[in-house]
Write a protein that binds this ligand. Structure first.
Ligand SMILES: Nc1ncnc2c1ncn2[C@@H]1O[C@H](COP(=O)(O)OP(=O)(O)O)[C@@H](O)[C@H]1O
Ligand SMILES: [Mg+2]
Length: 373
């Protein structure tokens, strides 16, 4: 009878997995365990930053005590599935819940790291006592299947999502490069090229003339269009952001961009920087410049804000950027688009941290922490 229980559990899990996929199976598992094995309680803990966090629990009887966080040392874990008589060997959770029997099914990553654990507890003698060899093996198989459901499938999902996103980001970057090339080439050809040709023609005319007064009269006009061309060249180079960044540095480039932004949107921007007298590495300048550019564009497009506060500071080889607006904020259900994802991706590639903050009734705040090497 006992072996049938474990086997039927294994089959039930596999069938649910095939029918409903990993996410729904996850949801159903704790209840399924309790019912099939006549257990009292069940909890799932997943490892994050060297602590285990409660991600699911189910109880056939109350009260129960599942702390939100359990330190690694608070769970006696081995790398294989265990069925434990709690009178001999106890850990915090079995003590808290007064379990007499407990089952620990670890989710293994890279053979040794225990990425999470599935816990089942009984408060009376359970039917699984004194398992035979076959049952032990079934238990190991269940543990492996749980590893797939809780660790492998989500990993595959997030990897394929990431791949899709990287493709989209790559395409967008390519398009942007192409667009800016076209703009520069058009500006050079249509405007600068035209004016230079006209200057050349006029110079030819002047060269052929012996009338000094006529030549002097034409020089004023030539001077004027030369000045115009110079301005046009300045405008083109101004639009080639990296060059501007390279020459003037982050602070000046940001100030120039902010001025242009406020002029065209009427949104006020308060920019404060701290400890940035020296130049920072160019990869960091680029990340910050692009983040500010995208952040400000988003405020104009989505936030309905009247002002933005940008704070950039350097402390102990870390650069902290904060862009906060006083607008509507982001809806909880709203997912990232290419703008925010691209920002996050650039920050991650530089081993930095990216996070959004939002308080009730306040606008959005983008935060970036970059280590400077
Ligand atoms: N400052 C902001 N205030 C309110 N909503 C925002 C803000 N920034 C971004 N959002 C929301 O987040 C979404 C994703 O932004 P983003 O990744 O830049 O993509 P996109 O701007 O192309 O829509 C936006 O469509 C918008 O709904
Ligand atoms: Mg955007």
């Amino acid at each position: 009878v006992r072996e049938n229980r474990l086997l039927s559990l294994l089959l039930q899990i596999s069938e649910t997995l095939v029918k409903n996929g990993p996410i729904q199976t996850q949801e159903e598992l704790p209840k399924m365990f309790c019912h099939t094995l006549n257990a009292k309680q069940c909890a799932v803990y997943l490892l994050k930053d060297s602590n285990y966090f409660l991600t699911q629990h189910y109880s056939a009887s109350t009260p129960f005590h599942f702390p939100y966080v359990v330190q690694q040392s608070g769970l006696t874990l081995s790398a294989s599935a265990q069925y434990i008589d709690c009178q001999e060997k106890s850990d915090r959770l079995s003590l808290l819940n007064d379990w007499s029997r407990c089952m620990l099914l670890p989710f293994l990553r890279k053979e040794k790291i225990i990425a999470g654990v599935f816990l089942v507890g009984w408060n009376l003698v359970s039917e699984l006592d004194s398992m035979c060899y076959e049952e032990q093996r079934t238990l190991q198989a269940i543990s492996q299947l749980l590893t797939e459901i809780y660790c492998v499938f989500p990993l595959i999902d997030s990897l394929s999502q990431r791949e899709q996103f990287l493709m989209a980001l790559y395409q967008k970057t390519e398009q942007e490069i192409e667009k800016s090339r076209r703009e520069v080439s058009m500006a050079l050809h249509d405007e600068v090229g035209q004016v230079l040709t006209s200057i050349l023609l006029q110079l030819n005319l002047l060269q052929q003339s012996d009338d000094l007064n006529y030549v002097k009269g034409r020089l004023g006009g030539l001077h004027h269009i030369t000045l115009q061309t110079l301005n046009e060249v300045r405008r083109i180079s101004h639009n080639l952001r990296p060059a501007l960044l390279e020459r003037l540095g982050l602070q000046a480039a940001l100030e120039a961009h902010i001025k242009e932004y406020t002029d065209s949107t009427n949104i006020e921007v308060e920019f404060r920087s701290h400890n940035l007298e020296e130049r920072i590495p160019s990869y960091a300048e680029n990340i910050v410049y692009r983040a500010v550019q995208e952040g400000l564009t988003n405020v104009a497009r989505h936030a309905k804000a009247s002002s933005v506060f940008i704070h950039l500071s350097k402390k102990c080889n870390n650069l902290l950027l904060q862009i906060s607006d006083n607008g509507l904020g982001m809806k909880k259900t709203q997912s990232y688009g290419l703008g925010l994802l691209g920002m996050e991706e650039r920050v991650k590639m530089a081993k930095g941290k990216f996070w959004l903050l939002q308080r009730e009734g306040q606008g959005l705040s983008i935060n970036i922490l970059l280590p400077l090497v």
